[in-house]
Design a protein around this ligand. Structure first.
Ligand SMILES: [Zn+2]
Length: 177
């Protein structure tokens, strides 16, 4: 196959085109070029489509930028939202609410109930029994609260991950087919 070498009329890049080709797109700048063959030389001129192609390219990169911004916003929002499911431990370390830590609290509550029953059985002074009973109720309430928080965290995380996945899927899908 015979190939002609010429330069892109728009950016000057060297192009190899088939001998009989009338139109070609520049690989470097996306210009749509018309090939002219004259006795003295073969050269290219840009066509009306060049502008359209360049606009399309620009639109594509703007769209990409918008997606990137949206993704960044989503991640930022999640980081902030995540904070309300965090708690600060005794060592000052932040951790997210989990069923595991709620279970730990629950075990403490059970221990306190055992102590309350024990103090009832062995006739400890009434205030001791009452306080132990109230504290175990409070601990159980706290365990429930923690469990609920862990559930909400799980749901929120799931929502965030799905939104992020959808966004990435939309980003990688070419617009308009
Ligand atoms: Zn070019």
């Amino acid at each position: 196959m015979k190939v002609v070498t010429l330069r892109c009329a728009n950016c000057g890049a060297p192009l190899s085109v088939k001998h009989r080709a009338r139109f070609v797109a520049c690989n470097f700048c996306d210009s749509q070029l018309e090939i002219h063959r004259e006795k003295s030389a073969t050269y290219s001129t840009t066509t009306d489509n060049t502008h359209k192609a360049r606009t399309r390219k620009l639109e594509k990169s703007i769209e990409r930028l918008q997606f990137t911004n949206e993704l960044e916003r989503l991640d930022q929002a999640w980081l902030m939202e995540q904070d309300q499911y965090m708690k600060t431990g005794d060592d000052g370390e932040r951790s997210v609410a989990s069923h595991g830590s709620a279970l730990g609290t629950l075990v403490t509550g059970v221990g306190l109930v055992v102590f309350t029953l024990h103090s009832l059985a062995y006739r400890f002074p009434a205030p001791v029994t009452i306080i132990a009973g109230l504290v175990s109720l409070a601990v159980f309430a706290s365990a429930l609260h923690e469990m609920h928080k862990a559930d909400r965290y799980k749901q929120a995380r799931h929502d965030y991950e799905r939104r992020r996945y959808d966004l990435l899927a939309r980003m990688n899908r070419p617009k308009g087919g």
